[in-house]
Design a protein around this ligand. Sequence first.
Ligand code: PEP
Length: 255
Amino acid sequence: MRTPLIAGNWKMNTTLADAHILATGIRNEAEHLEQIEIVLCPPSIWLTEVAHIVPPRHYSHLKLGAQNMYFEETGAFTGEISPLMVKEVAEYVIIGHSERTHLFGEKVPFLAQKVRSALDHSLNPIICVGEDAKAADSKRQLVHTLEHLTVDLTQVELEQIVIAYEPVWAIGSGTPATPDYAQEVIAALRRVVTEKTRMLYGGSVSDQNSLGFLSQPDIDGLLIGGASLKIKTFITIARQADDQIVAQKSTSKQP
Ligand code: PEP
């Protein structure tokens, strides 16, 4: 069974005080949600502060992630953060979010270097892929992109990465994909990786629609933007994922 993962991408939101309140609230509420993994991705400038609230490797099911990183370890790369820096405070790193590809022009070969670097530094990349607009051949194009991003990875590395399917038209739009459509695309993407690779859906997830995605056989969790900034909403979604595992475990125990 793949452990469900609920990740919150705070993007460029929160003051230091907000980050403190949000991380503390989630930590307190998430204490007993031990069937799943929760990954908080605050702005990089707050990672150290949030790491004090959620110490790395202290909470086995509550982890931190960076929203981005550069692939080099050190050097003259003004404004960037390196895998060595991320590793000190976080276990995950989001790579290739559509805001990076669209607003900052990051391309597939560059992203592949980041994936390689994350894995070489024992970080778990959350690799985002998603189409700009609904199109007949979008599934084939996404498969092609994911093949390029993962071409050099070993079987073990393919099991370690996380894929987030995030249709760009669904991000922040209030119009999510349907769970059936997300399942169909994610099942196609899974063929590029492995049965053990965790696959997430992201795009206008709320506590009203999350269960529909979590109930799909190939969807192992959610990457959440806007709704991750509200403690109650984020925890409601995480609790749904946790409850599902508890229910599955108790069903499988029945003779
Ligand atoms: C995201 O930014 O990854 C995202 C899915 O955002 P939202 O949930 O706000 O659509």
